[in-house]
Design a protein around this ligand. Sequence first.
Ligand code: R5P
Length: 293
Amino acid sequence: MKKIITPYAADFGKPNVVIKHFPDNESYVLIPKIENYKKENVLVCHRLYPEPDKRIFELLLVLSRLKGLAKHVELYVPYLPYARQDRENKKGEAISADVLCRILKSAGVKKMITYDCHFLPRPGNFKRKGLTIENRSAGKQLMKYAKKNFGGEKFVVISPDEGASYFTDNAHRHLRYSLKKTRGASKARGVKTEIHADIHKIEGDVDVKGKNICLLDDIISTGGTIMRATKHLREQGAKNIIVGAAHGLFAGEKIAEKILQSSCDKIFITNSILASENSSKDRRIEILKLPKS
Ligand code: R5P
């Protein structure tokens, strides 16, 4: 299969697409030697975060040149943005997960490969709005790191909510639990909508007293979930807590640092996101490399 690698996936191979920005910040895309892709199977490797709107549009420009030319187009995007709004919680809300899948399908993507997609319950092959999705998981890689981190010591594997509970499937001989997360509007801050609302509660009676903990989630965005969970676990007597996530978005000022200061000893994430926080020199933040395609 021939690969098209954008500059946002340069660590997956040598980029062979030109993406530039005009002075007004509109995007420009050029695929040199476009004729080489005629009737070929093509894998487009790209990243869709940060600046997801822009990255998505650039991807659509790339796909616009392959549609009708290439025989078969697949897409490798390690993190799929817009996946968290996957249902209508409030009447009139747009379901971004559906919109994005529909757009990619109609742009000619036959299969999308991604990691720990938020709207999917586990790794495997799925379809959404006609788009075929191969959902991989960084779960095993995160567990491997946790085992190495704790040496031969026992630890408890915990997910902060039900949605991420499949991450604990790799716990094997280690104990595992899922906490319960309740989101809701914050009266104090006058937030009326459920979206991005504060986490009211993380609860769950877990036997963590004096134990090492590996907390695993799919995404760290504002860090609210993780900080609430680690606080809860500390209150229950947890000893050392390390936090792993497939996608470290760190949406806000010094989120990783705040998490480390608050309660955990280590954060380990994958390179699904290219962001400044991820390249932090802080030794307590570890970036695990995903496969190149
Ligand atoms: C949501 O249910 C996800 O699994 C994550 O827990 C969530 O997206 C993390 O967001 P934040 O860091 O803002 O709490």
